[in-house]
Write a protein that binds this ligand. Structure first.
Ligand code: ADP
Ligand code: MG
Length: 444
């Protein structure tokens, strides 16, 4: 991996390879976990060749890389015999980083505190409750149950509470654990005959945070042990905070007694941040990162990335990497172009939807796009549809050819290159494509 760091600038290296790990290798394909869609696009588009080259040096049989978005990055534990591990494991420095990332999954990460947590209408209640329990642990809201969707700040809030607690009461025994880690711990302790010690380490806590309790669903033995720990702590007035991606009632396969325990204290939800909060979060993070972004850009990102703070951060990291790389801020126009091209959500868009949208835009019948007609009014929309499939969705040329009535892949390459070229010289085509992209992605 040393080579990688040589071809990639230091700033870019740490931005894009942090939280990235190799998950698996199968039949010459290496699977890499990445934390968000921005990193995925960025690695795929910019560094694929380099990563592939570096991997091939360790194993010439490697053919390709697949990037998977995974918000739980669990680097494969380092074993001597293992060829791959975290991509940022290229020097002693990086090794440290790797350990740190790994460690944060189990304990407190000082990166999360109340000071860098932006409060808006969407998370006000959860934030207030978390602050309150650090002032009056074990008495006011016990347990505190925080719930909300992925990437909305649950872990941040739990960790911030733990960090605040640690600062105010250095002697407190504070523990943060995800329910998955807890379940694994139980299983392991049963195997090693250390269940008693494992459980005791929790019963001695003064302040326990358990993240993502929805993963307790289906794990009967774990829940049984957990229930006893909970009761002990609760009776001793020790503070417990839970998080979950949904309210207790909606967690399937969870017995009534646990649901009512979860609901027995205070419940607070975090919803999706509204526009003003998204702007505030972006401004806050840009400032922390020392990136100077035009207001227009911040407002634009806030209007494009709506549902998830992790994605907002990803967008900002992207711009910050550009900033460091070029030594200048991207103009609003440059940012917009990049976003429109690469980062718009692509999930719900199907092949048929693209063809239909293009056909509708040019007021023609979509069937004509599949036919062999060479009429100009059919050729342009057909080629634009092909271009979008390739450019925005990375569809392979043979696949596109096959979907367009079995055309040869060279025809598709020709179409792609033609539109790509004409777009730059013909503003009509450029505007058409912009408008079509707006229809396709704008409402999402
Ligand atoms: P969750 O646990 O709900 O999936 P996280 O707590 O991991 O979400 O948050 C995702 C990312 O967004 C983290 O990097 C976190 O620091 C950041 N984040 C979340 N909420 C806020 C907020 N209110 N202010 C600032 N950053 C936030
Ligand atoms: Mg979390």
């Amino acid at each position: 991996m040393g080579e990688l760091e040589c071809v990639v600038s230091k700033a870019n290296f740490s931005t894009w390879f942090q939280n990235t790990s190799v998950r698996d290798e199968k039949n010459g394909i290496v699977f890499i976990n990445v934390p968000n869609s921005f990193t995925k696009e960025w690695l795929k588009n910019k560094y694929n060749k380099f990563i592939l080259g570096a991997l091939r040096k360790t194993d010439p049989l490697i053919k390709d890389i697949e990037y998977t978005i995974c918000d739980k990055i669990n680097p494969i534990p380092l074993k001597k015999s293992q060829r791959y591990y975290s991509l940022n494991n290229s020097s002693d420095d990086a090794q440290l980083e790797f350990n740190e990332i790994n460690q944060t999954k189990e304990s407190l990460n000082p990166r999360y505190d109340f000071d860098n947590f932006v409060v808006g209408a969407f998370n006000e209640l959860a934030h207030a409750a978390a602050v309150a329990v650090t002032k009056n642990p074990g008495t006011l809201y016990n347990p505190l149950f925080i719930y909300g969707g992925v990437g909305l700040g649950k872990t941040h809030l739990l960790q911030a509470a733990g960090n605040a607690m640690k600062k105010n009461n250095p002697n407190f025994k504070i523990k943060y654990i995800t329910s998955e880690k807890f379940a694994n711990g139980i299983v392991e302790s049963i195997r090693n005959n250390t269940t008693h010690t494992f459980k005791e380490s929790f019963k001695k806590c003064d302040f326990l945070m358990m993240d993502d309790v929805q993963f307790l669903a289906g794990k009967t033995k774990t829940r049984e042990e957990f229930f006893h720990i909970f009761n002990t702590l609760y009776e001793d007035n020790k503070q417990i905070i839970f998080s979950s991606d949904r309210p207790p009632r909606s967690i399937p396969d969870l017995e009534e007694r646990l649901k009512s325990r979860f609901e027995g204290g205070m419940m607070a939800d975090i919803s999706e941040p509204e526009y003003e909060s998204r702007v505030a979060i972006l401004k806050n993070k840009a400032q922390t990162k020392n990136v100077d972004l035009p207001n227009e850009t911040i407002e634009y990102i806030a209007s494009m990335v709506k549902s998830n703070i992790r994605e907002l951060e990803g967008a900002l990291n992207f711009l910050s990497a550009q900033f460091k790389l070029l030594g200048k801020t991207l103009s609003f126009k440059e940012t917009q172009d990049i976003f429109e091209k690469k980062f718009l959500p692509k999930k719900k868009i199907t092949f048929n939807k693209i063809v239909k949208t293009v056909a509708d835009f040019y007021e023609t019948n979509e069937q004509k796009l599949f036919k062999k007609s060479r009429k100009k009014e059919d050729v342009l929309p057909r080629q634009i549809a092909m271009f979008l499939l390739r450019e925005d969705f990375n569809a392979s040329y043979p696949y596109i050819g096959q979907r367009f009535s079995g055309r040869d892949h060279t025809t598709i390459i020709y179409a792609y290159e033609k539109i790509n070229k004409n777009m730059k010289s013909d503003s009509q085509i450029e505007n058409d494509i912009k408008a079509i992209r707006n229809i396709l992605y704008g409402s999402q």
